[in-house]
Write a protein that binds this ligand. Structure first.
Ligand code: NAP
Length: 250
């Protein structure tokens, strides 16, 4: 995949899909800015990339802070002179409550990370892309951004929003050498999924029963699609969502 020498930020890259994505970019010779609110986790990912001969640095950022996002992009540009790709992956999971039982606190927390955090990263990265004459955004949405997702209202709202922001921004910047796409993973092995199953162990069998492939996705399988969308192999593609869900949406 053609991402060699691209400067790539991955948010929430200390674990799960973000970590796998950072490692995958490095494998294809991109330079990766591994960003997470957990600095230690991000540093471990950088260490494993560098040990494998890749290029990576860590710049911590909590995506709910606009200042932190501005700093993330500014530091990246200061270090490498430009930013080619941002993968907006940082996200938190659902609470498994029905809508009338959801708390205002939960709503605010999920929207702050999954929706407003993606908006902040898009806004700041797009301003940089316009300055330098191009760039590429890959947002991590979800199957929950395409289909009904009961007992999951804040998560559902945030992921539908990510799909909407992807399509709207793709149109706005289509003539500016800027592409915006999203991936929509189904149930994928990660800390987020483990947390969900730990909260309700019966969910494991229920979830697998609705996946035609009868298994969860692997973070590396999602990373493959992210890197492809960010690469020069997909230059005529913008505003699209790619669903990777073992057939669940069928
Ligand atoms: P994960 O293993 O929990 O990874 C998410 C990472 O994002 C964690 O390192 C987390 O740090 C970080 N993060 C959370 N809030 C942040 C913030 N405010 N600022 C910066 N980093 C933050 O979960 P994952 O499954 O890989 O999730 C990655 C993305 O995929 C999310 O957007 C999620 O909604 C999406 N997704 C996942 C699945 C799935 O089944 N796993 C399915 C569809 C979509 P902490 O450890 O501190 O929270």
């Amino acid at each position: 995949m053609e991402v060699k020498n691209k400067i790539v930020i991955v948010t929430g890259a200390g674990s799960g899909i973000g970590k796998a994505t950072a490692i995958h970019f490095a494998k294809f010779r991109a330079t990766v800015v591994v960003s997470d609110r957990q600095e230690e986790a991000a540093k471990d990912v950088v260490a494993s990339i560098v040990a494998g001969g890749g290029n990576a640095i860590s710049i911590p950022a909590d995506v709910t802070s606009f200042k932190a996002v501005e700093n993330l992009v500014a530091q990246t540009v200061k270090e490498f002179g430009r930013l080619d790709v941002i993968v907006n992956n940082a996200g938190i999971g659902p609470n498994l409550l029905r809508t009338h039982q959801s708390t205002l606190k939960d709503w605010d927390k999920v929207i702050a990370v999954n929706q407003t955090g993606v908006f902040y990263c898009m806004k700041v990265a797009l301003a940089q892309f316009l300055k330098q004459g191009g760039g590429n955004i890959v947002n991590i949405a979800s199957l929950a951004g395409l289909k009904a997702s009961p007992n999951n209202i804040s998560y559902s709202a945030s992921k539908f929003a990510v799909v909407g922001m992807t399509k709207s921004a793709a149109m706005e910047y289509a003539t500016k050498n800027i592409r915006v796409n999203a991936v929509c993973p189904g149930y994928t092995e990660s800390a987020l999924l483990t947390q969900l199953i730990n909260a309700k162990p019966e969910m494991d069998a229920i979830l697998k029963s609705v996946i035609p492939m009868k298994r969860y996705g692997r973070a590396a399988e999602i990373a493959d699609a992210v890197v492809w969308l960010a690469s020069d192999n997909t230059q005529f593609m913008t505003g699209q969502t790619i669903t990777l869900d073992g057939g669940t949406s069928l």
